[in-house]
Ligand binder design. Sequence first.
Ligand code: AP5
Length: 216
Amino acid sequence: MKNIILMGPPGAGKGTQAKLLISKFNLPHISTGDMFREAIKNKTPLGVIASQYINDGHLVPDDVTIGLVKERLSQEDCANGYILDGFPRTIPQAEALTALTKEIGREIDFVINIDTPKEMLVERIGGRRVCKVCGAPFHIVTRKPKVDGVCDVCGGELIQRKDDNEEALNTRLEIYTKDTKPILDYYESLGLLKSFDGTIGAENLLKEISKLLEAK
Ligand code: AP5
């Protein structure tokens, strides 16, 4: 089974790898960040809560996030595998996920950590542009769209995310170090963690991760 978590700091390349992996392995992509941004765009009650936290780089409270993932992971399309991106982000979320996946018989098989140095994260986030319609990530230098400002995937407009400014990024990096990084030790102790070099380019990284997924 391919029940996968993608981990790494903001800008490590989780969303990029998730999008490459879903087309290769045909798995549903569960990104809590994308779910929150969609809810904010549609002005739903969840979006109203999330917008109080997300734009300045703070975490949405655990109870809201855990409930959202519980509902999504229980859906039928996750029965044969899934890719979690951006969840878990705190130890309580990781523990809740262990209990939840056990309860529904969809336990984690791989925790893939994308290890990328801080200087590179700042460069990547500063140059990132995302599609307003489908969320596909691009970069003004390293992953340019074929036509400037236009998404290669769906033709949507490319924009900068509201939380991709220096102040919010600093908050996100601090929270990552304090709340999220300790989860790596948790998964190491469960024998599930595998770390990859996030500096090698998206296609090369895809090949390395694919080798791990195909070997099992
Ligand atoms: P989320 O959307 O999950 O953001 P994040 O974790 O900060 O990660 P990013 O999306 O910024 O980066 P990424 O690693 O996906 O990088 P990408 O592939 O785009 O969360 C946003 C917010 O939602 C949180 O701050 C929080 O408020 C809330 N939230 C979400 N989940 C939550 C949870 N569980 N609990 C509480 N709150 C939660 O790549 C970045 C750039 O680099 C792109 O331009 C890309 O083209 C380029 N790039 C990628 N890979 C490579 C490569 N290998 N080589 C060269 N360039 C590359």
